[in-house]
Design a protein around this ligand. Sequence first.
Ligand code: IDP
Ligand code: MG
Length: 168
Amino acid sequence: MANQATLILIKPDGLKKSLTGNILTRLSETKLEIVAAKIARASKELAEEHYQHLKDKPFFKEIVRYICGELHNRRKVMALIYWGEDAITKCRQLAGSTNPEEADPTSIRGSYGRITTSGVYENVIHVSANEADAEREIKLWFQPDEVIVNLYPTKEVAGKERKIKTWA
Ligand code: IDP
Ligand code: MG
């Protein structure tokens, strides 16, 4: 099995519950390499794009609000790319099933997830489901310069001269 990349998001409930360390510790069992990491904010547009495959589901609006941080008053996620052999299966295995009540209780979602009274699966972590999703999602959440390996082909485009912010 060749090296794969997968997008991991520690969702707003994971951050609010102060689970960042616990989740990263669990993921370190995979012995995969972290090749990008940041705290990021999902705009509504980014969230809708991220969950585009679920846009016809009755819970679509709520999961968009969830990943944007509106359910937790914590408008951020931690976004990481894990890279290595069989990364997607390894990370999804550790994350556990989508429904946290059905997830293996020793998995990340089984340990820390819950179903809210309004029916949202709050499952603390996102892991890309397959290689095509991983590529699509990584390109949504990260720019090439933010990743320390070359995952996908890039191109140079002539930018309009623009101001960049630097430390004063
Ligand atoms: P995944 O995160 O395990 O890949 P997806 O089907 O891609 O599962 O769903 C994205 C997210 O939407 C889930 O992680 C969960 O937070 C939420 N979700 C999925 N299915 C349901 C459902 O049936 N009810 C409520 N929330 C759901
Ligand atoms: Mg998914």
